[in-house]
Design a protein around this ligand. Structure first.
Ligand code: MGD
Ligand code: MGD
Ligand code: MO
Length: 636
């Protein structure tokens, strides 16, 4: 029998799923055909998930470090030990650090926020994912909104600015394909090496990190040719300053920096300057640069000034917040204690530099931070300085392997929850469909049990109450009972964002950017740009040991002169100022010659781990990780 549930992976698509248990722990998973975005199909990540659930590598009892090996212990002992450690450091709560990833996107996984807020523990700010783009959108529009993604069907042209439609969001890709079948043109802009060709009528290859100059060049043409309507200008703030900025350099100079011909600017001018609606998709890759926030701001400005915001078929799609429809007040501490904040993108350095008090106790859940955050080596070093580290994990990740205690967690399909999406407006009920392994517990239960052992205790309300409280939101208006019946509902959100050009800043206006920075150039020692992109078949580092290859691959353009000097019969290394990693070279036609692509997420313990080479640099806005500003070289 098929059971209706939903995906809680850190993926925008937020799918509604039909799951059938076939015995011996095997499940068959199908996309719900009655869900407007899932539309009856799933992705490779989901198809592989059954293997993860019953993998022989799964950790199913608490593991306590004993020198270089691990001792399996019971839950009683494990929780007693955690309680004792927390109790010991509780008087100086900032010596406790909580790091939380999006390993599970259900609202119950937010209980760890409540637990550590009640303690007053140190926490992380910034993010590894989308924060530069989010901050850019908030700076421009005053909030993070998009048209309903189903409105893409009304677009006449879709400009895909840096999303890999073949990998990062299969259901968005399907909506783009459908719009194209119905007559929309799709134009993709990227440094190449992605799967966009099959989804596009036209592909434009840009020098990485320079899109803001391309967008600016198009705005310049709109301006010179009198194509920016007065009624739009009236809705903006900083128009005069912005105009000066845009006119400061000739189009020729702007395009040269992007390695793009002036014809492309004319082409984009014709599209954006036309009367038919243009929808703009903004990829996450775009904003993983030192000036990533700025790039998003200039593309947003182009879409606005050419008249494509606030109308059907138009809009700028960065993303929305997957928790925005829920009421998460229950995750906040009663007394709103002031807490120390370390920055996630430079967490290694921040832990090493933390004084008064230093970090003595670490709790990590749903987060392979050692592998996924920049400068893995510094994070590993920082871990060594912390007296006791607890990882709530199901596998021996690079993070779990450096902890002192591993608490085995339940995974998706094994626990109940409710979840949203960062692509669409549906909220889903997550029904447990398989029996968790004996010995694995949900994060929620672990913290509830642990809280009871503390003195004074930390009380997490029952799961049912947390789910109900989460649904108590003006955007939902549904009871948990009803959501259990229906499986999913659409949140009360407008179809069109910023209709009537009403923006969410207090002045109601759109705020134009005030500055633009030169893109950083490589130096002779490190001439190549390292783009560490997602894998089609895996979510981040959720790759099983047997799915690893002995030596990771990198892709470069065939025209890449640098490779000519390499001896293919000898070992090849990718080198950055932080270290080197053995790699295999593969070629990709159409890739910008400055680029090296590495598909991220493979484990350091198995010969991978690109973040060992990536310096902990911040983005201009929001405290994001500027992963793609990293330069490297290849050598024998
Ligand atoms: N299969 C799979 N899907 C996933 C994930 C996964 O791990 N695996 N992770 C999920 C998560 S959390 C996220 S945040 C997203 C990430 O989704 P994506 O944004 O697709 O991720 P990236 O691979 O980081 O970046 C995508 C694209 O950015 C383009 N790009 C890079 N630099 C530039 C630039 O300077 N200009 C332009 N125009 N384009 C550029 C690259 O060509 C690349 O194809 O995917 C989600 N979906
Ligand atoms: N070089 C480079 N690195 C990047 C990026 C990049 O562009 N370049 N982009 C990044 C992006 S977009 C993101 S979002 C982050 C992702 O970074 P992470 O959030 O670390 O992503 P995962 O590797 O999926 O790690 C999640 C872990 O949670 C575990 N898990 C799954 N379900 C549960 C659960 O219910 N409870 C608990 N406790 N654990 C669970 C999984 O086994 C997995 O090990 O990293 C990024 N890292
Ligand atoms: Mo992400």
């Amino acid at each position: 029998m098929e059971i209706l549930t939903a995906c809680t992976l850190d993926c925008p698509d937020g799918c509604s799923l039909l799951v059938e248990t076939l015995g011996q722990g095997t499940v068959r998973i199908r996309g719900n055909p009655n869900h407007p975005v899932t539309a009856g199909f799933t992705c490779a990540k989901i198809r592989r998930f059954s293997q993860r659930l019953k993998s022989k590598h799964r950790i199913t009892s608490p593991l306590l470090r004993q020198g270089k090996s691990w001792k399996s212990i019971g839950w009683e002992e494990a929780l007693e030990l955690c309680a004792e450690k927390i109790q010991r450091h509780r008087r100086e709560p900032e010596s406790i650090l909580h790091l939380r990833g999006d390993g599970d996107k259900g609202v119950l996984s937010q209980a760890s926020k409540l637990f550590f807020a009640e303690l007053g523990a140190s926490q992380a700010a910034g993010s590894l994912c989308d924060v530069a783009g989010t901050a850019a959108c908030i700076a421009d529009f005053g909030s993070l909104e998009t048209n309903d993604v189903l409105d893409l069907a009304s677009a006449s042209t879709i400009i895909n600015w840096g999303k890999d439609l073949a990998r990062s969001s299969n259901h968005l890709a399907a909506l783009v394909r459908k719009a194209r079948q119905e007559g929309a043109r799709v134009l993709s802009i990227s440094p190449g090496g992605d799967g966009n060709l099959g989804y596009s009528d036209r592909v434009i290859i840009v020098r990485p990190g320079t899109d803001r100059f391309l967008a600016m060049a198009v705005v310049q043409l709109l301006l010179k040719r009198g194509k920016i309507p007065r009624e739009i200008i009236k809705r903006t703030k900083n128009w005069t300053g912005f105009q000066k900025l845009v006119m400061a350099r000739p189009v020729r100079e702007l395009t040269r920096g992007c390695d793009i011909s002036e014809d492309v600017v004319e082409e984009l001018f014709r599209v954006y300057g036309g009367s038919e609606p243009v929808a703009t998709l903004l990829g996450w890759g775009l904003q993983r640069y030192k000036y990533g926030g700025e790039t998003v701001r200039f593309i947003n400005a182009l879409a606005l000034l050419s008249g494509h915001i606030g109308r059907p078929g138009g809009g700028c799609y960065f993303n929305i917040s997957s928790t925005r429809d829920f009421n998460l007040n229950w995750t906040k501490a009663a007394d709103g204690m002031k807490r120390r904040t370390l920055l996630e993108p430079r967490i290694g350095k921040d832990i090493l530099e933390a004084k008064d008090p230093p970090v003595r106790l670490l709790w990590v859940n749903g987060f392979n931070v050692v592998n996924q955050a920049p400068d893995s080596v510094a994070i590993a070093k920082a871990f060594e300085t912390i007296q006791f580290k607890v990882a709530v994990e199901a596998f021996m990740t690079d993070t779990a392997a450096r902890s002192d205690l591993i608490l085995p967690c339940q995974l998706m399909f094994e626990k109940e929850d409710v979840v949203g999406s960062f692509l669409h407006n549906y909220v889903h009920y997550v029904r447990p469909v398989v029996k968790p392994p004996e010995g694995a517990r949900s994060d929620f239960v672990i913290l509830s049990e642990l809280g009871k052992r503390l003195s004074p205790p930390i009380q997490i309300p029952p799961a049912e109450a947390c789910m109900r409280a989460s649904l108590d939101s003006p955007y939902l208006g549904i009871s948990l009972t009803k959501l259990r019946q229906l499986g999913f509902i659409r949140a009360r959100r407008p179809e069109i964002a910023y209709a009537g050009l009403k923006f969410d800043h207090p002045d109601g206006k759109y705020h134009l950017p005030r500055e633009i920075h030169q893109e950083i150039s490589p130096d002779a020692d490190f001439p190549l740009r390292l783009l560490t992109l997602v894998r089609r078949n895996f979510l981040h580092s959720q790759i099983l040991p047997e799915e690893h290859v002995p030596v990771p691959s990198v892709w470069i353009s065939e025209e890449n002169m640098i490779v000519r000097g390499l001896d293919p019969d000898k070992d090849i290394y990718m080198v950055s100022p932080l270290g080197r990693l053995k790699v295999r070279i593969k070629y990709d036609r159409g890739l910008h010659p400055q680029v090296v692509i590495y598909r991220r997420g493979d484990w350091m313990s198995l010969g991978g781990g690109a973040n060992q080479l990536i310096e902990a640099e911040l983005t201009d806005l929001g405290g994001g990780a500027a992963y793609y500003s990293q330069f490297v070289r290849l050598e024998n």
